[in-house]
Design a binder for this molecule. Structure first.
Ligand SMILES: [Ca+2]
Ligand SMILES: [Ca+2]
Length: 449
């Protein structure tokens, strides 16, 4: 038994004492605080993705709640991932695959989570980036757009890789209190302290560590460049993968980053901005802890997708590999046990979980995921569905507890064994001894090519 499983079992034993409380899932008794971080990968302490990650508040939430250590996005890009979270529909069903795709336009009949909870007696509120485009009209209350996250026209690293200053990172001499992420956090805290009369769904969307990565200098000082560790990297890693995978890697960005000697700075910046985000989450968790409805409020924390920092010569998200698709996913409710769930799950499962926990009906047949309430009650509860991630039509990855199988629209493939190859360096797809595994995993992929 490994340590994580041991923790899960022990916690379950303690928590079983409180099990009758799951009966509390009566309509109108449960509030939800949903924290959605933009572009945060597994570089958090409780997922172990980077040894220098400094995320004590997220880690504390994970130890209080259920930490899903194999959680994945359904699409590795902002717009389709958030559409998936808010509608519970797979990209292959909704047709929302890429950032220009807006789900409220492509699927005007789809019921958003906020609308659905509003229709079922909830008061819905959100601040910051929950949807990719502001779907503010669907919330009962929406924070005013946050102020700029940085001084205008700022360009610190001078790489000019892409247009404007979108692709930039570095410290700014701005107080934390002046950042949009902090200001929206205050707005969320005010709602926690003075909640509405109805049960509520409250969303806190945090922009960082999305680029441009600028945060106060003190957070950069936590990660001296000389001590920052680069992620595992294998020269020639792309040599054993099909052309579709090679073409998908943002190799030009990796060349630019290394040529400009920015790799270490970029890693430090990601760690610094993630530590800044963690500090903001700590403020909201402290407020939740002191709030009048604390004991009736469930917290869910996640990110919309992962992020590469040079692994596989790739930067950004927009890929079907582990680093682009793995996300933190933590649920905590005072009446539920704590534990660690290692089984693969995705953001498709969040809407069904909320519906289940809150005891409200599902929106017709729209939800394609499975409620995680059984795993929240006992993290060892079996679950037979692997995690499906889709990047543009016809390209899919299926992840079970051991394997990642990728199949592109042209039928070329990658297969990785996470038991022996956590960095996904050795593509096993051409070895016939794995044909049965590929067939089984491939059976979960939709036919949308
Ligand atoms: Ca994002
Ligand atoms: Ca390789």
């Amino acid at each position: 038994m490994n340590r994580r499983k041991f923790i899960g079992t022990t916690m379950l034993g303690t928590a079983a004492l409180g099990l009758p409380s799951v009966l509390r899932a009566q309509p109108g008794e449960v509030n939800i605080l949903m924290i959605v971080i933009d572009d945060l990968n597994d570089w958090v302490g409780c997922l172990g993705g980077h040894p220098q990650a400094h995320t004590p508040n997220i880690d504390a939430l994970a130890s209080m709640g259920t930490n899903f250590t194999h959680a994945y996005c359904a699409a590795p890009a902002c717009s389709p991932s958030r559409a998936n979270l808010l509608t519970g529909m797979l990209p292959s069903t909704s047709g929302v695959y890429d950032n220009p795709d807006i789900w409220t336009e492509i699927n005007p009949d789809a019921v958003g989570m906020h609308t659905h909870f509003g229709d079922n007696g909830y008061f819905t509120m959100s601040g910051g980036k929950i949807d990719h485009r502001d779907s503010g009209i669907y919330w009962d209350q929406r924070a005013a757009a946050e102020p700029a996250r940085r001084p205008p026209d700022m360009m610190i690293n001078r790489m000019e890789v892409t247009q404007g200053n979108k692709w930039d990172w570095g410290p700014i001499d701005l107080r934390a209190e002046e950042t949009g992420d902090w200001i929206i956090g205050d707005w969320v805290n005010q709602r926690l302290l003075a909640p509405p009369d109805s049960p509520f769904l409250l969303g806190y969307g945090i922009h960082r560590p999305h680029t441009p990565q600028h945060c106060p200098r003190s957070f950069y000082e936590m990660f001296p460049l000389s001590e920052v560790q680069l992620p595992p990297f294998l020269e020639g890693d792309l040599d054993d993968i099909p052309q579709s995978g090679v073409d998908n890697a943002a190799r030009y960005l990796h060349t630019r980053v290394t040529k400009n000697k920015q790799w270490r700075k970029a890693v430090a910046s990601y760690l610094a901005n993630s530590a800044f985000v963690d500090m903001l989450i700590g403020r909201v968790l402290d407020t939740w802890d002191a709030s009048p409805l604390r004991d009736d409020t469930m917290i869910m924390l996640t990110s919309d997708h992962g992020w590469h920092l040079g692994q596989k010569n790739h930067w950004t998200k927009f890929a079907l590999w582990e680093e682009a698709t793995q996300i933190p996913l933590i649920f905590h409710a005072p009446w539920l046990p704590s534990g660690v769930c290692e089984q693969p799950v995705t953001l498709t499962d969040v809407f069904p979980t909320f519906v289940d926990v809150c005891g409200i009906p599902a929106p017709g047949n729209q939800l394609e995921g499975e409620s995680l309430l059984p795993q929240l009650m006992n993290p060892l509860t079996p679950r037979n569905t692997p995690a499906l991630t889709t990047w543009l039509p016809g390209n899919h990855a299926v992840r079970d507890i051991r394997w990642r199988y990728i199949r592109y629209a042209d039928n070329t493939e990658e297969l990785y064994d996470h038991d022996t190859d956590p960095n996904e360096w050795t593509n096993l797809a051409s070895d016939p001894q794995y044909d049965a595994i590929k067939a089984e995993l491939g059976s979960w992929m939709p036919d949308d090519g």
